[in-house]
Design a binder for this molecule. Structure first.
Ligand code: CUA
Length: 319
């Protein structure tokens, strides 16, 4: 039991290891329910054991004792239910309060099967678009608006907040906040099709100063290709079908149905956590996406080896 709890609390996806106030409020409520209900279970079990093994008394005094026992049990039950109601309501309130701090505004749009992430800026030129990753400044709340294009998904970042469904046509939102630096993982928590299990979302909390640097880096257009290979790779990217779905800031590629690739080389994974972001995996993903993630909207790209190598050099340079 202890080792199970330790395991659960050490994981990057654990509701028992809250990293901020919202997940903390949910964890507190969970522990209140767990401890109270465990205590009730033990008390009821003891009563059943006593009743089974004790000889039954009879007469007026036993009737009176029974009446007292039943009315106290009813009293305790009602008190516990009201206490639960109080704790549930106050937890609900805690989940929507930012304690007067101005939250970051992030829109997460669930796709089949990945997450598009957009940070609202002071104006349109300060808007950041990325995919399958969220960066947060430590101690600042973020309001995450949730949208879905096609099917119902459910976003769950257990260390930061409870689950929330993303239903097409019914936008919703929740708050997340991390009070310490760290990395956690979000996941789709509702069956949404073939690749439901491969909708990972990385969440990284960093100190405010580092976060400001991350924002500045994300706001920059993509680095221009330097080597011959990278230059040729950019041409391959722009002349094949890639720009129909993908955008790269600073180029003519402006597709929006696939992940923005302006800083793709800085991401930890590809295809929403399905594969690590390495040269080899990227090559496999470009050549045969259906082999990596069956059902993905990314088409097969049978590129000649030289074109593929050049394209890889270019994409790997997009830090
Ligand atoms: Cu998206 Cu399950």
């Amino acid at each position: 039991m202890t080792s199970l709890l330790t395991l659960a609390s050490a994981a990057p996806q654990s509701a028992l290891d809250p990293a901020g106030p919202y997940a903390g409020a949910i964890a507190r409520l969970w522990w209140i329910f767990f401890i109270t209900l465990s205590a009730i279970y033990v008390v009821v079990a003891l009563f059943i054991l006593t009743a089974t093994f004790r000889r039954r008394a009879s007469g007026e005094s036993s009737d009176r004792r029974l009446t007292i026992a039943v009315s106290s049990a009813v009293g305790v039950t009602v008190t516990i239910l009201f206490a639960f109601l109080f704790f549930s309501t106050s937890t609900g309130n805690a989940l929507t309060s930012t304690n007067g701090k101005a939250p970051l505004k992030i829109t997460v749009k669930a796709q089949q099967w990945w997450w598009s992430v957009q940070y609202e800026g002071a104006d349109a030129s300060r808007m950041i678009t990325t995919a399958n990753e969220i960066y947060l400044p430590v101690g600042r709340p973020a309001e995450v608006k949730l949208k879905s294009n096609d099917v119902i998904h459910s976003l769950w970042i257990p260390n930061l907040q409870g689950k929330r469904d993303l239903i097409p046509g019914h936008d919703s939102s929740f708050f997340i906040q991390a009070d310490r630096a760290g990395k956690w993982e979000g996941q789709c928590a509702e069956f949404c099709g073939l690749q439901h299990a491969k909708m990972r979302l990385d969440v990284t909390a960093i100190p405010e100063a580092e976060f400001a640097k991350w924002v500045d880096a994300q706001l920059k257009p993509a680095v221009s290709p330097k080597s011959k290979d990278e230059q040729r790779g950019q041409q391959v990217f722009l002349s094949e079908g890639c720009p129909l779905c993908h955008a790269i800031g600073g180029t003519d590629a402006g597709g929006r149905s696939g992940p923005d690739l302006t800083h793709v080389a800085s991401r930890r994974t590809l295809a929403a956590g399905a594969i690590p972001n390495t040269r080899g995996h990227l090559a496999g993903w470009i050549l045969d996406p259906q082999g990596v993630k069956p059902g993905t909207n990314m088409p097969t790209n049978p590129l000649p080896p030289d074109d593929l190598n050049a394209l890889l050099a270019y994409l790997r340079s997009l830090k």
